[in-house]
Design a protein around this ligand. Sequence first.
Ligand SMILES: [Mn+2]
Length: 272
Amino acid sequence: MIRAAVTISLVEEARKGPFVFHGDLEAGCQQAAELGFDAIELFAASGEMIRGLPLRQLLQRYGLQLAAVGTGAGMVVRKLQLCDADAARRAAAAEFIQGIMEAGAEFGSPAIIGSMQGRWDDVVPRDVATGYLQSALERLGQRAGELGTFLLYEPLNRYETNMCNTMAQGAELLRPLATRSVKLLADLFHMNIEETSLVAGLRDAGEFLGHIHFVDSTRQAAGRGHMVYEPLVEVLRDLQYSGYLSAEVFPLPDSRTAAEQTIRTFRRLYPV
Ligand SMILES: [Mn+2]
C-alpha cells in the first residue's frame, strides 16, 4: 500500500527550505494527522536532536509513522559531504549520517542521503568521488541493514550535485554494492529536470525504488505545477511500489494549504 507523508523541518538554517512544516514538531504532527497523512518525514539538525525529541510520544498520540529522516543539515549547517577531499571531513560526514540513521532506525525508518553526497571537482575527480561515495554507501548501508532498516540515496538535479542526476545513474551507482540495504529516492522535482521521461526514470529505479518525494514541477505541493501524476501511479503499480509519497515542498502559499493540496492530490490518485 502506498502511504502519504509530509515533511517537518526543525533546522533553523533550513527555514527557507522545501519543507511543509517548520520549527514545531507537535503542530506539524497534529496537522498531518488531522489531514489524514500516514506519516511524517523529519529534517533535524542531528541524531542527538532526534533522540532529544518527544518523537515516540507524538507519533503515538497522533497515530503517525516516521517515513524517513533527512541528513541535509550536515551539509546546510556543517558543510559536511561524502566526497570531501579531506579524509577527516569525509569521516565526519559519514559519522553525522550514521548518527541520524541510528536515531531513525529506532523507529524502523530509513535515513536519506541527498545533499550530503557532495560533488566531484578539480581536486577530487569524478572516479575518485564515485569511489568515496560508493564505499560510504556500502558501509552505511550495511550498518542500516544490521539495524533492521535501509538507507536512501537520492539523485539530485544538476544544480545541486554532479554525482548522479538520474535514476539510471543512481541504479548504476548502487548495483555493484554488496549491501542490498541502500535504495533509491525518486524526487519528482529533480526528475522533472533531468529525466527524459518520468515514467522511464521510475522504471530505471526499478527494484531499487525505496521512497518518493511527491512534489510538483514548481517544488510546490502536488497540484501546484504542471506535473501529470496518473502515468506515474500506473508505473508504481507495475513496480509494486509500497512505500511513501512524501511531500517535500515549499510551504506555499502557507504550510496548511500546501499540506491540504498535497493530500487532495494524493486522494485523487489513491482514493480511500
Ligand atoms: Mn528530495
